[in-house]
Design a protein around this ligand. Structure first.
Ligand code: ATP
Ligand code: MG
Length: 309
């Protein structure tokens, strides 16, 4: 429910914690299954804020689940790590209340150590590189692109997957292939572009431009299948722009963390660990996440959560 508390730190009593990322805590259900729990933590400029964003964990979980369903319907043969939004049997009542709405069971897989970024529009670090070098992740680009121009075709622009506290680094598809191995690199590129293009078309029907997004893929070692894992197509992993306000040559008003980033920059707090956001910044950020959820799924978060009961 929307009234549930804002949680930045979670410790379940009935499952062992495997690991924590910047936003998620992963719990072991069994050899093959994880409970993927999304907290309300928010990171910006690679550091985590001291307080959380109301409803964020539930929005990211429910939106990812929505996308797994849409993408599986539209892409024949797509494999994802998603199993169910229901908690595992044997979870205590207290734990069930904590994870309600913010958790999903997923298949535990070997993660390919590359951030699989796909860009449909030029912005962020890609725009900065293009202005200086005329390239994007080292790839040659047409001349005359403006800020936030649409690329003629979406491009695969991987980055390294940095350890906690380190920064991801943009790399070329060739460098990524060295990390991924030739056997998998082109399959991952092709799949990522297909998922992006399918999602971009779906979002466009709902008035949202997916400017760029980051996927992660895992390997099913038994079948050699490449599997779409992690969160997918959320405001944390993507830049969403309202289509009706889109204009080339300037920054876009987006549904992502731009609002928080702008505040951090203006306060001189960029990149500082544990910064406390004032309530109005946290609430305004929450409102954007909820708005993106509603536009993409056609439901309010409360409606989605009520369906779980
Ligand atoms: P950020 O997303 O801000 O970069 P992060 O990547 O450190 O943060 P989280 O998103 O908080 O991490 O946690 C998710 C972690 O779970 C990631 O390390 C991701 O690679 C991993 N992961 C996702 N899906 C699976 C899966 N099916 N099996 C094993 N690990 C997974
Ligand atoms: Mg992540």
């Amino acid at each position: 429910m929307s009234s549930s508390s804002v949680l930045t730190s979670i410790a379940l009593e009935s499952l062992p914690k495997l690991t924590s990322g910047k936003v998620r805590d992963l719990y072991d259900i069994d050899d093959k299954t994880l409970l993927f729990v999304t907290t309300d933590r928010i990171s910006a400029y690679d550091v985590i804020m001291g307080n959380g964003v109301p409803s964020k964990g539930a929005v990211l979980t429910q939106l990812s689940a929505h996308w797994f369903k849409v993408l599986s319907d539209r892409i024949p043969g797509l494999k994802t790590h998603f199993l169910t939004l229901q908690p595992p049997a044997g979870l205590s009542a207290a734990d069930k209340a904590v994870v309600h709405g913010r958790s999903m069971q997923v298949r535990k897989l070997k993660v390919f150590p590359v951030e699989v970024i796909v860009r449909g529009y030029i912005t962020g670090s890609a725009w900065n590189e293009y202005k200086k070098e005329g390239t994007v992740h080292g790839l040659p680009m047409p001349t005359g692109l403006q800020q936030c121009s649409k690329f003629p075709k979406a491009i695969y622009t991987p980055s390294t997957k940095a350890e906690l506290g380190e920064h991801d680094e943009n790399i070329s598809p060739e460098q990524a292939a060295k990390i991924l191995g030739d056997k998998y690199a082109s399959r991952i590129e092709e799949l990522a572009l297909k998922v992006y293009n399918t999602a971009a078309e779906y979002a466009a029907e709902r008035g949202i431009i997916i400017a760029d997004t980051k996927f992660e893929f895992g390997l099913d070692e038994e079948t050699d299948d490449i599997v779409l894992i992690d969160e997918v197509l959320t405001p944390d992993s993507s830049r969403f722009w309202p289509a009706d306000e889109y204009e080339v040559g300037r920054d876009q008003n987006s549904f992502d963390k731009q609002f928080l980033r702008n505040w951090l920059t203006s306060e001189g707090l960029k990149g500082k660990d544990g910064v406390e956001m004032p309530a109005d910044i946290a609430d305004a950020t929450s409102a954007r996440y909820l708005d993106a959820f509603k536009r993409l799924t056609g439901k309010t978060l409360d409606e989605a959560l009520n369906e779980l009961r």
